[in-house]
Design a binder for this molecule. Structure first.
Ligand code: GLN
Length: 228
């Protein structure tokens, strides 16, 4: 049985728990999801971690009372091979942890960088990451009303979704403005990098938990089973 922690900081946490359950079912894996609220819950029994999206500044403030973020970062420093999926604000935390931690991913991130009119949109992405086979993502359709997203700006419009594209949901998303050679670019919005992998850390500027495509959650489970 693998144990996956979800940092319950703020933002889209429950959706990650659900996506992980579905991914585990799709893969026939047995997963226990631990909703992490205190630093003391971060211990050696946690095999992998999700850092959800939300508002990173609020997360930093919210985590002060239970020192959750400090616990998360010290767990990551202690178990560098254990996989972590950071989405949106979670990606910001991986790149810019603060609290005197070195970045876990060597990218420069600019917060809310799509500009005021363009902060939320959906677009198909090209994914350059080997993930275990998907069984049901084809049945998922983007719901344009659910989050009241702004349409994609003209300059960023992309070709119709191919069967391999990923439904990218960007909500006040950050942008990677510089990446290092240590990072592998694994998710692209046209020519823009929106997902990077460095060792066991995967940082996405979008929200995979808000789609029915569980490729990235399956990636996490797959990485843990390889570590076991
Ligand atoms: N804009 C948020 C931040 O700066 C991130 C947005 C998100 O996670 N959806 O933290």
């Amino acid at each position: 049985m693998m144990r996956i922690g979800v940092a319950m900081l703020q933002g889209a946490r429950h959706e990650h728990c659900e996506a992980l359950q579905h991914a585990a079912l799709e893969m026939g894996s047995s997963v226990e999801i631990i909703q992490l609220r205190k630093a003391s819950e971060l211990n050696g029994s946690i095999d992998g971690l999700v850092l959800p999206g939300g508002e990173s500044t609020t997360m930093r403030i919210a985590s002060l009372s239970e020192a959750l973020l400090d616990g998360v970062f010290s767990w990551m420093a202690k178990y560098p091979d254990r996989p972590v999926l950071g989405t949106c604000a979670g990606a910001i935390l991986l790149a810019n942890p603060g609290l005197n931690y070195q970045p876990f991913i060597d990218v420069k991130v600019s917060r809310n960088a799509w500009g005021r009119q363009r902060y939320s949109f959906e677009a198909p992405l090209t994914i350059l990451l080997d993930t275990p086979n998907n069984s049901d993502s084809a049945t998922f359709e983007l719901s344009r009303d659910r989050f009241n997203h702004k349409p994609l700006p003209m300059s960023k419009q992309v070709a119709p979704q191919s069967s391999e594209s990923f439904p990218g949901v960007f909500i006040r998303a950050p942008r990677f403005i510089e990446d290092s050679i240590n990072c592998q670019r694994i998710a692209m919005l046209e020519t823009e990098t929106v997902g990077v992998l460095q060792g066991s850390k995967l940082a996405l500027t979008f929200h995979p938990e808000l789609t029915g495509d569980r490729r990235f959650h399956r990636w996490l489970i797959e990485q843990i089973s390889q570590n076991k």
